[in-house]
Write a protein that binds this ligand. Structure first.
Ligand code: C2E
Ligand code: MG
Ligand code: MG
Length: 649
């Protein structure tokens, strides 16, 4: 009897590998699925190998045992050869070059030698050329067994050669693990050739696969543990590999536009479950269509789906994917959470072929394209001005700070009772010599993340204070100008000193300035910020809370700061004509009035909306209905005309 102890030891190893794969959720991408299949087949082979020893011993064999032994040997050889094919496919998948074996011709080449083995094994039932199981001799190798080994060796040589060739696609550790399976199998076959009683083949394969499990499939690198989806880091590596090989792929980028908001509302744990349900929804639709896709997740709210099939019409699937995701996250909808994704499909290398360009487009997606549209093709975004602007933001910001390209526009704010324009909001723009007029929606967040918002904020303050000093607000009928302050400015230790210096320099009265802050300051409340706001308030500056209704601020927090005016966001106005929306805005107005706040309704565009807002007895309206933000001279003319003031000579 041969020594089956190695085979027996291999079984727990295979079970361990499989269990780890499932436990660590390394089951999602194509390479992992091939790897798992290979482990399952190898496990079955090991079991068959052990069973065989008990079936064909002791001699002579009964008729039943001969039949069983024949069946087991047949299955073993069949499956054992299949593992070699699977491993070859795995090598292609792990190096992300599987597209090379997608064509029918390549598939034929891959499977043809294996088909010869299958044919030989079938013929073996009639003429025992590969092996025989007889009552007297038990198991014996036939004259064509060397051919089966030769075919196995062929797979080994091709796979080993491909590993050597693909060295550049993988880090050294991973590459060594991949090739080690071949080396270990080679050693095992060698051992078995000279010591046929030692059945070490399945054990050495298990060792090789274990090495892959440990070195190639490191989930801490490749999986985002909180959600169990391939990580941003593995997206980066895979994308780089794909681009290096030139394989055509489609990348669907999904940005959850309101990710930060949702996360701060439902908390980290629920948020992870929320993201999982979105991913499940996407997978359900793509899986249902039998589309081979690898999904990656980047915090806080981006998905990247890489599809190797260029024929899939991703935009056509998006509505169903979003619907399925929303269904999966049904529980959150009850909490008032709305899932607001934006998709972009990038065809590589057709649309973009540089790694950094692809990454940048994904990151800037929320800033590109028109609001309200769910799916974009990269090709339509790339031609847009916004794309050129976001790609050259560094130089644009640099010019804004050093060359004076920052300009202020002013949007009139209408007083409903007096039927006059009584204030205005200062809104920054960059008038770039290369890219023209750039909207703050693009450059303010960029300046914030580039750490340039403070110098930019200082320039804005200076420009507005100067504007106030140069024009007699009282003559124009204006009480004050509103200036947006970003969180970073509110946190700045010398904010009060800066404002005071400007006040003295330009002889501006604090009552002529109102600072707008957003609800995000509630998340950053610190002693510095608190002190800044209170000191400015005590100097006589007033404050507005901007964009009310976008976030989740509660009335209690709102009362902790010296806020005089609440600006109701456009989104609330847009919802006003729905049943719920009407109730919300009505009650918001009543509540704010109750705690003696003045109200500005922002983003009113139509006559219909004006009338509806009027019925709410709001104090002020700011919106395109009256005027868009205007450049200085135009603004002054507008106010003179509409407030009935004689133009200055
Ligand atoms: P915001 O402070 O809420 O400013 C109001 C925005 O709504 C402005 O966009 C204005 O043009 C727009 N708007 C006003 N009425 C309507 C309307 O009827 N319909 C529509 N569709 N839009 C309307 P803008 O100028 O593009 O500014 C966007 C945001 O950029 C501002 O939102 C503010 O958060 C930020 N921002 C602008 N200027 C500055 C600044 O000087 N400093 C800072 N920190 N942020 C600024
Ligand atoms: Mg504002
Ligand atoms: Mg606003």
């Amino acid at each position: 009897m041969r020594n089956v102890y190695f085979d027996i030891c291999s079984i727990p190893l295979y079970v361990l590998i499989l269990w780890t794969c499932y436990f660590r959720r390394i089951t999602k991408d194509h390479a992992s699925r091939v790897f798992i299949r290979m482990n399952v087949v190898s496990l079955v082979c090991a079991v068959l190998d052990i069973a065989m020893e008990f079936v064909v011993n002791p001699l002579p064999l009964s008729g039943g045992r001969v039949a069983l032994g024949t069946a087991i040997s047949f299955s073993y050889l069949l499956l054992r050869n299949a593992t070699l094919v699977l491993y070859l496919i795995y090598v292609y998948a792990a190096t992300r070059t599987e597209y090379r074996i997608r064509s029918p011709r390549a598939r034929f080449m891959i499977w043809a030698p294996n088909a010869v083995v299958v044919a030989l094994l079938l013929i073996n039932f009639v003429r025992p050329l590969v092996f025989s199981v007889t009552a007297e001799e038990g198991y014996a190798r036939g004259p064509l067994m060397p051919l089966v080994y030769a075919i196995a060796a062929l797979y080994g040589i091709v796979g080993g050669w491909y590993c050597l060739r693909s060295k550049k696609y993988l880090p050294a550790g991973k590459w060594i693990a991949l090739i080690s399976v071949y080396v270990l199998t080679f050693i095992a076959v060698f051992v078995q050739l000279f010591a046929p009683v030692l059945l070490v083949e399945m054990f050495s394969t298990a060792l090789g696969l274990l090495m892959i499990m440990l070195l190639v499939m490191r989930p801490e690198e490749s999986i985002d543990a909180s959600v169990g989806i391939a990580s941003w880091k593995s997206y980066q590596t895979d994308l780089q590999n794909i681009l290096r090989t030139g394989q055509p792929v489609q990348i669907a980028v999904v940005q959850v536009l309101n990710a930060d908001e949702i996360r701060s509302y439902i908390g980290e744990d629920d948020y992870a479950a929320f993201i999982r349900s979105a991913a499940d929804g996407f997978e359900e639709v793509l899986g249902g269509e039998k589309i081979d896709v690898t999904m990656y997740y980047e915090r806080p709210g981006a998905f990247y789906l890489i599809l190797e099939d260029m024929g899939v019409d991703v935009p056509a699937l998006v509505p169903r994917m979003v619907k399925a995701a929303r269904e999966k996250m049904g529980a959150y909808a009850g909490k008032g959470i709305r899932f607001d994704p934006r998709f972009c499909v990038i065809r590589c290398p057709e649309d973009l072929k540089e790694y950094q360009d692809i990454v940048n487009l994904g990151h800037r997606l929320s800033k590109l394209g028109v609001q309200g549209q769910e799916v974009f093709l990269a090709s339509e975004l790339i031609g847009s001005k916004d794309y050129a602007v976001t790609n050259h933001m560094d130089e644009i910001l640099h010019r804004a700070i050093t060359e004076g390209t920052l300009v202020m526009y002013y949007q009139p704010i209408y007083n409903m009772r007096e039927e006059k324009f009584r204030s205005a909001e200062a809104l920054a723009r960059i008038d770039d010599p290369k890219y023209g007029l750039i909207s703050p929606g693009l450059f303010i967040p960029a300046a914030e993340s580039a750490g340039l918002i403070l110098p930019m904020g200082d320039i804005i303050l200076e420009l507005v204070f100067r504007f106030i000093s140069e024009h007699d607000l009282a003559r124009l009928g204006l009480s004050f100008i509103e200036i947006n302050l970003s969180v970073a400015q509110c946190l700045q230790a010398d904010l009060v000193a800066t404002v005071k210096a400007l006040q003295d320099k330009y002889g501006v009265s604090p009552s002529q300035v109102n600072f707008e802050v957003t609800e995000t300051i509630f998340d950053n409340l610190s002693t510095t910020m608190d002190k800044n706001l209170r000191e400015l308030a005590s100097l006589g500056y007033s404050f507005s809370l901007d964009d009310y209704g976008v976030g989740y601020s509660n009335i209690q927090r709102l009362r902790t700061l010296p806020l005089d005016i609440i600006k109701i966001d456009k989104s609330m106005v847009d919802d006003m004509f729905t049943e719920d929306g009407e109730v919300i805005i009505k009650n918001t107005v009543r509540m704010m009035k109750g705690i003696h706040k003045e109200l500005i309704v922002e983003g009113v565009e139509t006559k219909e909306a004006i009338e509806a807002v009027n019925a709410l007895s709001c104090d002020f309206i700011q919106g395109f209905y009256y005027s868009k933000p205007l450049p200085e001279a135009q603004f002054l003319r507008f106010i003179e005309q509409n407030n009935g003031i004689a133009a200055r000579q």
